[in-house]
Design a protein around this ligand. Sequence first.
Ligand code: ACO
Length: 362
Amino acid sequence: MDGLRDVVAAETVLSDVDGAAGRLIIRGFTLDELVGRMSFEQACRLLLDGMFDDLPGEEGLRLRLGAARVHAFAEVSALDAELRSRPPLEAVRALTARLPDGDGLDVALALLAAPAVFTPAVIRAGRGLDPVKPDATLGHAADLLRMLNDQPPTPAEAAALDAYLVTIVDHGLNASTFAARVAASTLAGLTSAALAGVSALKGPLHGGAPGPVIDMLDGIGAPENATRWLEAALDRGDRLMGFGHGVYRVRDPRADGLKRTVQTLAAASPELPGRLRLAEAVEAAALDILKRRKPDRPLNTNVEFYTAVLLEALGFPHEAFTCVFAAGRICGWIAHAREQVLSGRLIRPSSRYVGPMPREAA
Ligand code: ACO
């Protein structure tokens, strides 16, 4: 019961996580069949199919999402000094909370656009730079990178971010998706469901891990320091970020795809090969140590480890990595929220009371 492990809380047609086999299925496709073959917009079309009566086809959805980015940009003007001083995810969440609630496709598209538009604006504000307006004609991933750097990304960079967004678009009943479904089950609306999701994503045990992965790589500095540093971290009682998973007992299938994406990018980068070598050395040392220290608990590389290396290589600051995660996962939250409303009922589990009982009347 603790942590609801193995409790089935929803039926879904959206995705299945097979923790023993290390396999993720999204609407009948394996991850390998989707990543690198489908854009983020196409993955959204796949997940949202059947969830809205007026869902357009692939090209229509791409155009509507581009228009929604332009529309969402109006909210960036609310990025005041107070919000700029907050961690990026809190600023992105606050801007997203300005969007009206509702259950229709327009609300869904505004939400899909929101983190992709707000994240680069928040990062640029932190750097003292003005926000860059969206370009509705570009692909979602390419536009996100253009809004970050105020110049078009290379095709390889755009493809890498697209691959990342598709990789993390949905993943069974993870903590943030469950939170989104609970909010949706009260008929609160899609914006409320997405805000519940983004709040649950924030913590380091879920979507907040890749930032600390970079702290770990920076702390280790060189491959030869890895074992000593990692042993010391575990001696202090720390967890190694980017390792272990609530469901996978083998390697997270998303980790391999992201590593391949980093390898592709590294071919055209002067600095990335060195960073990748460090990451590989840290990964190998961590797996070795975790196996030795926790022989009964399979602890493997999870999605967050190579996410960190990839998003760093694409120019995102590590404190904003979770915002980029939200930019992909928000599609999963919306699809699950719609599925919950269309086919589920109010989620209302029970608790077992273990506190004191009132004294019997004398
Ligand atoms: N480093 C060291 N020890 C670990 C790690 C880790 N990364 N993960 C689990 N353990 C140990 C725990 O200390 C515990 O040991 P104990 O039984 O001696 O107390 C045992 O393994 C089981 O841990 P649980 O917390 O019960 O495992 P759970 O399946 O609930 O946790 C979680 C999964 C939260 C992801 C965990 O592995 C963790 O904290 N990892 C580091 C953070 C991280 O990478 N999060 C991103 C996850 S991916 C995602 O959400 C997108």
